[in-house]
Design a protein around this ligand. Structure first.
Ligand code: BGC
Length: 739
């Protein structure tokens, strides 16, 4: 068999990346180059033949290890060049072992944990032959109607950046060529989370200043941290769909940020440029996408069909194509695929191994947020109760607790709450179960009778409600974000029995809980917690673990408040309790005035139901003594902001300490609060600690009217506390170095 080009280069021994890529490129035909720019879905009828012909650079959605090895072998041994394939898959929050949905992981506010979860997902998926994931999704999400908020890391640029970087590190490891590392993909660049009315794929209109200050920072952070690939968003950004948006992809990503990794389109988003009404046909769509710098087309074949002609007509140059193909080859080189693209099926780590499951339990535990705990009903004590009713459509469902994007999950190993509770209490507590409703969106109340019957005789009712997995995620948006179906009525029915209710909510988004809150004694918000959701929740309910999660996104009272986020602008007429006017206090035929004259709704309070960063514990934490080490910090230096944290309760526990600042006057208005630091601190009961944050003046920078990143001198406030509504405040100034 003749030795192919890659084999020759491999034999040439230790060529560095640049030489390898350029030697390979110099021997490629135009068709082979365009082939590298094409990603095929695994169900393509001509897949194997196309790979052999050199028409495929990547395959998406194939997870069978034998098939992957076969495809790699066709690519490396039967094609003229022998270039291996990128094998892409959406490994979003775990592969076989499922961790909490990303929004849930964000609630743990732990970069270490997020990195570990991603590392495990990388190990499990790379063991299967996958070398590229389409994560992290770092779209700032401020609209809980949007189903993809589940995949996001929440509303805040600082938290999202820190956790996004951690995820990239977890997936990519220290070295991409390690056989347990996979390439990460920062998506969806950019602004996708601002879809109008929270409807997926919808238009986004984001002023450049807002784009730069809010939506782009997480992408810049992961670009700086070395993320291998970016995915362009489906969405229309200010009139120019991102897939054809040269300003965003070339001027900002390539020129301003010097990003040199691969940019992939989203699924069929190049031909969708025609649907957007941005291009008259697919040829023009290929032209626009190529000029915008989309290196690889996902799923559709617009490039394969149209690029040859566009080059022939000199509308696209070979130089452009070479630059793009070089990026693709460079990634394959970094992944070590030219040396070895075979995955040894006998060398795979044991899937679902105990270490992975124990991290999944820790992640689920740390991501749960305790929203209410009246009279310290939680933790329950198995020796103090004799009977309990477990009620709800999600109580005994290992599948639904996994959440969105779990194609490769081992569903059978997912342990639901009912099972875990029974295992934990053993014979000590009589556990009765009633589903109440067949599914989370069911309106058939036939099951209420059984549910109220078991609640009547129980010491406590643990209700496990929320959203099934399919009610959030891509294209699964909701116009109401109440508990779906008749779940509110089910809670009401149980409330009427007089038995105390502990509500556990599993959902892919914030849920509006204003109506149900008064009727329940405790609320534990568990997101979709993943494989080990049941055991983690059980340990929290019974005090074997203490809740420590904090909301990574604001919980509105009702959908009409959206968008509602803590980092809002002050406005010229900010809302306040002093001026708040309730709809019922207005006299009939009252003459027109600017009632209250502040930025509020008449029919709902202006505050959220739960603010960003909120989460209770079984202990109480007290914050005192906020301090700055200097009242004026010179530009280019750091200020130290500190406070005393004391665990004044009776339980050892972890607290997520949060630092917020406000730049009081800016050349463009600044948010009323901005997260600038957080620390997870463990304190035993009675213990206290001085918690210190160092903030460099560079970290106070924002994009000004000229779209330049700049720190402006002036006065700042800083708060340290347990959530974004904290009031413990200190002031400091930033002065020019010469002042
Ligand atoms: C989604 C991407 C995903 C891709 C591949 C698209 O519909 O928007 O986030 O990575 O499909 O599955």
């Amino acid at each position: 068999m003749p030795v192919n080009i890659c084999q020759q280069l491999n034999n040439a021994n230790d060529l560095d990346k640049a030489s390898y890529v350029s030697s390979l490129l110099s021997q490629m035909t135009l068709k082979e180059k365009i082939g590298q720019m094409s990603q095929f879905n695994n169900d393509d009828d001509n897949l194997e033949r196309s790979i052999k012909m050199g028409n495929v650079g990547s395959v998406i959605n194939e997870v069978n290890i034998d098939t992957i090895n076969k495809l790699q072998s066709i690519a490396t041994q039967e094609s003229r060049l022998g270039i291996p394939l990128l094998i892409g898959r959406d490994v979003i929050h775990g592969f076989n072992v499922i961790f909490p949905i990303p929004l849930g992981q964000a609630a743990a506010w732990s970069t270490e944990l997020v990195e570990t979860c991603a590392k495990i997902a990388a190990i499990e998926s790379s063991n299967n032959g996958i070398n590229w994931t389409f994560a992290p999704m770092i779209d700032i999400s401020r609209d809980p109607r949007w189903g993809r908020i589940a995949e996001s890391l929440g509303e805040d640029p600082y938290l999202c950046s820190a956790l996004g970087v951690a995820m990239v590190k977890g997936f990519q490891g220290k070295n991409l060529s390690d056989n347990t590392s996979i390439a990460a993909c920062a998506k969806h660049f950019a602004g996708y989370g601002a879809s109008e009315s929270g409807r997926d794929y919808n238009t986004t209109n984001i002023p450049e200043n807002e784009l730069r200050n809010v939506y782009l920072p997480p992408f810049k952070a992961v670009a700086d941290a070395g993320v291998s690939t970016f995915m362009a968003s489906f969405s229309d950004l200010n009139g120019v769909p991102v897939t054809g948006n040269s300003w965003l992809l070339n001027d900002i990503l390539r020129d301003e940020w010097s990003y040199n990794g691969l940019v992939v389109s989203d699924w069929e988003s190049i031909p969708q440029l025609v649907t957007h009404g941005f291009c008259e046909d697919e040829k023009f769509a290929a032209f626009e996408a190529c000029h915008a710098g989309i290196d690889m087309e996902m799923a559709s074949k617009t490039y394969a069909v149209n690029l040859p002609l566009l080059i022939q007509e000199s509308k696209i140059s070979i130089k452009q194509i070479d630059t793009m193909v070089s990026r693709l080859l460079a990634l394959k080189f970094d992944l070590g695929l030219f040396k070895n693209s075979f995955t040894d099926p006998n060398n795979r780590e044991e899937h679902l191994n105990n270490a992975h499951l124990s991290i999944a339990k820790e992640a689920a535990s740390k991501s749960c947020v305790l929203l209410k705990n009246n009279n310290q009903i939680l933790p329950l004590c198995k020796t103090k109760i004799s009977s309990m009713a477990v009620i709800g459509p999600l109580a005994d469902d290992g599948y639904e607790q996994l959440g969105t994007w779990v194609f490769d999950a081992n569903i059978d190993s997912s342990i639901a709450c009912l099972q875990a509770i029974k295992n934990y209490v053993g014979d000590l507590v009589d556990v009765n179960y009633a589903k109440g409703l067949n599914t989370s969106r069911s309106n058939n109340q036939e099951g209420f009778k059984e549910a109220t019957k078991i609640a009547l005789t129980a010491d406590v009712a643990v209700m496990i409600v929320g959203e099934e997995a399919i009610l959030s995620g891509e294209a699964h948006c909701r116009s109401s974000i109440n508990l779906p179906g008749c779940q509110e009525q089910l809670i009401d029915a149980i409330y009427k029995t007089g038995t105390p209710i502990v509500l556990v909510i599993m959902a892919g988004r914030p849920i509006t809980l204003e109506k149900v809150l008064p009727n329940v004694d405790a609320v534990l918000f568990a997101w979709h917690p993943g494989t080990m959701g049941g055991p983690a929740i059980t340990e929290l309910l019974f005090g074997e673990a203490c809740p420590s999660g904090k909301l990574p996104v604001t919980f509105p009272r009702n959908v009409g408040q959206i968008p509602l986020y803590y980092g809002q602008k002050n406005t010229g007429r900010p809302a306040s309790d002093a001026t708040f006017v309730d709809i019922n206090s207005i006299e009939v035929r009252a003459p027109q005035t600017s009632l209250g004259m502040t930025s509020t709704h008449l029919d709902t309070h202006f505050s959220p139901l739960f603010p960003f960063g909120f989460g209770l514990s079984y202990t109480q934490f007290e914050y005192t003594n906020i301090n700055v080490n200097m009242h004026s910090v010179s530009m280019g230096e750091s200020v130290e902001i500190s406070a005393t944290l004391c665990n004044i309760g009776k339980i050892d526990a972890e607290e997520i300490v949060q630092l917020y600042i406000r730049d009081l006057v800016g050349s463009v208005t600044r948010p009323v609060k901005e997260l600038k630091g957080f620390q997870r601190i463990y304190l035993s009961a009675g213990q206290s600690k001085n918690v210190v944050f160092n903030v460099h003046t560079d970290e106070l920078a924002f994009y000004n009217r000229q779209m330049k990143l700049n720190t402006e001198p002036g006065l700042f406030n800083a708060w340290i506390g347990s959530n974004s509504a904290t009031e413990l405040k200190v002031g400091f100034g930033v002065i020019l170095a010469s002042e």
